[in-house]
Design a binder for this molecule. Structure first.
Ligand code: CTP
Ligand code: MG
Length: 226
């Protein structure tokens, strides 16, 4: 069985402070978006990629992407969740979809496979995640410590996150209409009462967010063997 990947790539990358959206910055020979896209296009369990671009995007057409017939491009919205909803609108309700940030180019084939295997075994939604390592503090507005938050139960939420398209669409829409901040797919599913499984992923699956992340991502990619 093969699956669809949905890549939100419609952001402007304001925290990167570059002159172009961060997904079009180069990591060695390829741009971030091309690196992410090709990881999915080359994965044997992925049949197509729904790629959500900014309505004014003029860079994607300049990339030379392998297997372009497997990529469906469409326009995103104001927030990441709006861009994800735009992509979900193209999918059948009962189809399982892997939503993955275009800004996470170091995603490995083994992590994509592990996520799919967990969903196939459980028939429940799941996300890649990584256990928190540092001691965690809750702080107040004056940056004074309120307390220490036990870290045993804390995970960093990564992507891809895999859910059934129809349920995900309904729950993101409902959560947004309740004023919830939907910063990942799981937050809408948890809120709606679904069981969501955590699949331990690799810590190099970073989201390129700030300028210093670029060199880090490039180094992680240079270390990859699969
Ligand atoms: N994204 C999107 N549509 C939006 C906002 C974000 O498709 N309206 C995508 C980004 O392109 C990125 C992913 O969601 O691949 C994660 O978002 P983030 O890292 O926050 O990227 P940006 O929003 O572009 O960056 P910033 O928040 O610094 O402006
Ligand atoms: Mg953003």
């Amino acid at each position: 069985k093969q699956y669809t990947a949905l890549l939100p790539a419609a952001g402007i990358g304001s925290r990167m402070q570059a002159s172009i959206p961060k997904q079009y910055l180069s990591l060695g020979a390829k741009t971030i978006l091309q690196t992410t896209l090709e990881s999915f296009l080359h994965h044997p369990l992925i049949k197509q990629v729904v790629l959500v671009l900014h309505p004014d995007d003029c860079w994607y057409q300049k990339l030379s992407v392998s297997q372009p017939h497997k990529v469906l491009c469409l326009s995103g919205g104001e927030q990441r969740a709006d861009s994800v909803l735009a992509g979900l609108a193209k999918l059948a309700a009962d189809e399982w979809v892997l939503v993955h940030d275009a800004a996470r180019p170091c995603i490995s084939h083994q992590d994509i496979s592990a996520l799919i295997a967990q969903v196939e075994a459980s028939q429940q939604g799941a996300i890649l995640a990584y256990p928190v390592k540092d001691t965690m503090k809750r702080g107040n507005a004056q940056q004074q410590i309120i307390n220490t938050v036990p870290r045993e139960q804390l995970w960093h939420a990564l992507t891809p996150q895999m859910f059934q398209a129809g349920e995900l669409r309904d729950n993101i829409s409902a959560a947004l209409s309740q004023g919830l901040a939907v910063t990942d797919e799981a937050s809408a599913m948890e809120w709606a009462g679904y069981t969501v499984n955590l699949v331990k992923g690799r810590s190099d699956n970073i989201k390129v967010t700030n300028p210093e992340d670029l060199a880090l991502a490039q180094w992680f990619l240079s270390q990859q063997t699969d």
